[in-house]
Ligand binder design. Structure first.
Ligand SMILES: Nc1nc2c(c(=O)[nH]1)N[C@@H](CN(C=O)c1ccc(C(=O)N[C@@H](CCC(=O)O)C(=O)O)cc1)CN2
Length: 299
């Protein structure tokens, strides 16, 4: 038996098409163009690729894209001045600072400076608190993308055992909250969890976000489980010199033989991150103008 492959790339393209349709209507009926501002500090090569992809996809769905590239040694004051300017700009509905930032800046302080209603990464304490209280805010993009894939795959998740490996603010904690909202019984496992394989074997839904390549083995997975792999580790390609290869947190081939459904890496969760960023920007724009929000694109 081989589990069904959950095609995040195709799903993300579908989400972007829905967003593009909504953006056309916003422009025609209300004369409004949603705008997304992305701040990149320094020259981290992976971040440059992600920011370029965000810019391209923002334009493709018909939104306005504002890119701000700052030198690696930018002061906190200069970065905050830019954020304040974007907070006050009515043509900007979403703001994010690409992570990681250089060591002299603190991600927590950067996020806190962004107006929560424009925090399309959903990382501010305000948005994290709204999610934890079951209230309407903006939800972190990668967990929101996983939720969309899971809803599509499983429909009703009520009563299912869900295990999330990883407890970061960016992913593990919001993912746990979202699964709780779906009435799952949720365990957030982490590096100090005793007997992690045994905890994982309980899961009907297993979400791995640890950043350790192929850590989750087939004998950690309950037969018939749905497995979501959030990890992305780049390694030198074993057969193609000079090329690289991406690995997830899950040993894909062996786990696919046990699971009912599984996301691949690449082409699973990754593409959903940017699609959900655009969804959050559209949501933020509709809220800013007191217009109906797009359905199916929020938690
Ligand atoms: N402010 C933020 N910083 C970072 C976030 C974030 O959500 N907000 N997440 C990651 C990077 N990221 C988006 O920013 C991101 C990661 C991966 C992908 C993706 O499509 N991955 C592809 C593979 C791409 C490749 O070849 O490298 C896949 O998995 O198929 C998109 C966006 C950290 N920083």
């Amino acid at each position: 038996m081989t589990g069904q492959v959950i095609d995040g790339k195709a799903f993300a393209a579908d989400v972007r098409a829905q967003i593009a349709e909504h953006v056309v209507r916003l422009k025609e009926e209300n004369g409004i163009t949603p705008g997304l501002a992305v701040i990149l500090v320094g020259e981290d090569p992976a971040s440059e690729v992600y920011v370029a992809a965000k810019h391209k996809q923002t334009l493709e769905v018909g939104m306005a894209s504002f890119e701000h590239k700052l030198p690696a040694d930018v002061s906190e004051k200069d970065l905050f001045d830019l954020i304040d300017q974007l907070n006050a700009d009515p043509s900007v509905h979403g703001i994010l600072c690409q992570f990681p930032v250089p060591d002299h800046l603190e991600e927590r302080r950067v996020v806190a400076r962004i107006d929560p209603s424009k925090d399309v990464d959903g990382l501010s304490v305000v948005n994290a608190g709204l999610l934890a209280s079951g209230e309407k805010g903006l939800v972190s993009c990668t967990p929101l993308g996983c939720l969309m894939l899971l809803r599509d795959q499983l429909g009703n998740m009520s009563g299912k055992e869900a295990v999330v490996i990883g407890r970061s603010n960016l992913f593990g904690k919001p993912m746990g909250q979202l699964l709780l909202q779906e009435n799952c019984t949720v365990t957030i496992a982490h590096s100090r969890t005793a007997d992690l394989p045994e905890v994982c074997r309980r899961a009907d839904i297993l979400v791995a976000a640890v950043g350790r390549a192929e850590m989750v083995k087939a004998d950690w997975v309950k037969p018939g489980a749905t497995v979501i792999d959030v990890g992305i580790t780049r390694i030198p390609h074993p057969e193609k010199p000079g090329k690289s290869k991406l690995l997830g947190d899950v040993a894909y081939v062996e786990v696919a033989a046990v699971a009912d459904a599984i996301t691949p890496v690449p082409g699973g969760v990754g593409p959903m991150t940017i699609a959900c960023l655009l969804a959050n920007t559209l949501t933020a724009c509709c809220r800013a103008h007191n217009l109906d929000e797009p359905s199916g694109l929020t938690a």
